[in-house]
Design a protein around this ligand. Structure first.
Ligand SMILES: [Zn+2]
Length: 415
């Protein structure tokens, strides 16, 4: 599909979009109500739209909708057709639960395979997957996609960084899927252990989960003697490699046969003119179990319409570090302020004044740093008990958010 001419591409997208809207209307009350509302307002049924761009009449789907319809309220197929169920931390009280049909999994494998092929990865390679526990679902998708290409895969396993390094060297890993933060951490560890990059067989590094700054990529390329590729995906739904870099490294090719992308003004929701930077909105075109219709990703991006050096005519995007929402991206796992609040309240029974942010110590991967103001309600405790409660909060947060967390107490005046 990626080689289709623009006219053919639009026709394919339109047919798939109509099928998606129809299926969502028939099977999901949430989508039915929203489409009925649009029909009432515009006097026109959205499932009979004539151009893909007409999708702009439909309302957005927000992250909060995913939690509100926990667990299966947004599934568009009967549960008997679901062959896999994934859970990811959500932005509401509930996690995000997504389902896949057999066909969904096959399409996903193909998309991941397409991205690997674009990075020159094939049956000669030994691929190591090293992702945070919060991205375990992606670990499975990457494993399946690589196996379908006959790549030898070392699946994602919760090993210590030192063990990952040992595997990287001893197993002659030639390609690796990891987050930018973990790659930096691994590089530092390697140099501390005095392992020369020439001792490695590593040639390709696939960076996923979060946008990598240019200087981070250059740093990794220089120190590890590798070429880096960037993949974009959604950690909640439905998975990795929605967009990927080719060997020209001129932005990320979007899988337009499976997604219809839009860039909107994050404040007004208006679709922006070509080339402008705004919020990425995605609509799934082939997903059967869990269709997303105009899903606001919170990612800041820009479309690149000029032809790519690789000759593939698909639309590309530039993906920026800064987001359009207040979600924190920590090693590819997204954390919303309300989740932090809820967990603090659950563990401490109240919410003291606190500040949170993404922190990155030299040579370590990113973590969620939380500074809690000294509070009388905490100080009724003995120091030993207090220390225990803080460590408990740290482990509760870490377990429920799926990211490393460090909590410290600070003078209230410092917040
Ligand atoms: Zn290209």
């Amino acid at each position: 599909m990626l080689n289709l001419a623009p006219g053919e591409r639009e026709q394919l997208q339109l047919e798939r979009l109509q099928a998606t809207l129809n299926r969502a209307y028939r099977n999901v009350p949430f989508h039915r109500n929203r489409q009925n509302e649009v029909a009432r307002r515009n006097g026109k049924d959205p499932s009979i739209i004539e151009r893909v761009a007409d999708i702009a009449v439909l309302p957005f789907m927000e992250r909060s909708h995913l939690g509100e319809h926990y667990p299966y309220g947004l599934f568009a197929v009967p549960l008997k057709d679901i062959v896999r169920i994934h859970t990811a931390p959500g932005t509401t009280r509930h996690p995000t639960v997504t389902g896949y049909t057999r066909q969904d999994l096959r399409i996903w494998r193909e998309m991941v395979g397409r991205a690997f092929t674009a990075a020159g990865i094939g049956s000669e390679d030994i691929l190591q997957i090293d992702l945070d526990p919060g991205l375990a679902n992606w670990g499975r998708d990457y494993k399946d996609g690589a196996e379908a290409l006959d790549v030898a895969v070392i699946p994602n396993t919760p090993l210590s960084p030192n063990k990952h390094l040992m595997v990287l060297r001893d197993y002659k890993t030639s390609a690796m899927v990891t987050t930018p933060s973990r790659a930096v951490q691994l590089t530092e560890l390697m140099f501390r252990a005095e392992i020369n990059p020439t001792a490695l067989n590593l040639k390709r590094l696939i960076l996923v989960g979060e946008p990598a700054a240019q200087e981070t990529r250059r740093h990794l390329e220089r120190r590890l003697h590798v070429e880096t590729w960037h993949h974009f995906g959604l950690s909640e739904v439905p998975g990795p490699a929605i967009a990927y870099e080719c060997q020209a490294h001129q932005g990320l090719h979007i899988n337009e046969d499976h997604f219809f992308p839009e860039i909107v003004n994050p404040d007004t929701g208006d679709v922006l003119p070509p080339g402008e930077t705004g919020e990425l909105v995605l609509t799934t075109l082939t997903t059967r179990a869990f269709p997303l219709i105009r899903f606001r990703t919170g990612e800041r991006a820009r479309f690149i319409h000029e032809p790519c050096g690789c000759g593939t005519p698909s639309l590309r995007m530039e993906w920026f570090e800064q987001r359009t929402d207040d979600i924190l991206n920590i090693n590819g796992v997204k954390v919303h302020q309300s989740q932090i609040n809820r967990q603090i309240e659950a563990t401490l029974s109240f919410v003291p004044k606190y500040r949170s942010g993404v922190l990155e110590a030299e040579g370590e991967k990113k973590h969620l740093g939380i500074s809690i103001a000294m509070d009388n309600r905490l100080f009724s405790d003995e120091i030993k008990v207090l220390e225990k409660r803080i460590r408990l909060l740290e482990s509760d947060l870490s377990e429920n958010l799926g990211v490393p967390v460090r909590v410290k107490l600070v003078e209230a005046a410092l917040l």
